[in-house]
Design a protein around this ligand. Structure first.
Ligand code: 5GP
Ligand code: ZN
Length: 152
């Protein structure tokens, strides 16, 4: 896995920096955004350091997309948001602030103002609780998919 020693998401992926982790597979890692715009705001990253859409491989991008569907279903099960926003920014001009490719999954409620960032850190207890609830729903949905042969 290529990594950048100055990259916070590489440090998280290598377990060298703390994060409220939800799930990982061979190519991707899922953890809670530390400055959540909405309660339950999640990030999905490739484990390899890829700055943006222009650098990530098609295989890694597909792995992030597959994971975003799985995690989105689990977020619906765990948190019952009215909507779910999925987005990914490329370059400072597009609003990117961490230059390691990442997909945002953000629960949305009817009538809420649209925002991409906040500077208010999440309450650590709440971040841990959301990570635990989403991880538990992932397990429940994975078990169900296994028992009735539905695609995961
Ligand atoms: P971007 O603007 O690059 O799409 O989003 C970067 C996201 O990473 C922001 O939502 C920000 O809150 C989040 N973030 C920045 N630093 C950290 C960190 O150290 N840990 C976690 N979990 N999230 C971070
Ligand atoms: Zn990185």
């Amino acid at each position: 896995m290529s990594h950048d020693k100055n990259c916070i998401f590489c440090a998280i992926a290598r377990d060298e920096a703390p994060a409220h982790r939800v799930l990982e597979d061979e190519q991707t890692l899922v953890f809670m955004d530390i400055f959540p715009v909405a309660d339950g705001h999640v990030l999905i990253v490739p484990k390899s350091h890829r700055e943006n859409l222009f650098e990530i491989t098609p295989e890694e991008m597909a792995a992030v997309a597959r994971m975003s569907r799985r995690v989105g279903l689990a977020m619906r099960h765990a948190l019952a948001p009215e909507g779910l926003m999925v987005f990914q920014l490329n370059g400072a001009a597009a609003g990117q602030t961490v230059f390691h490719y990442h997909m945002h999954l953000m629960p949305r409620r009817e009538g809420e103002a649209l925002a991409l960032h906040t500077r208010v850190p999440g309450d650590p207890t709440r971040l841990a609780e959301n990570a635990r609830r989403i991880a538990m729903s992932l397990e429940i949905l994975t078990d169900r998919a296994g028992s009735d042969q539905r695609p995961r």
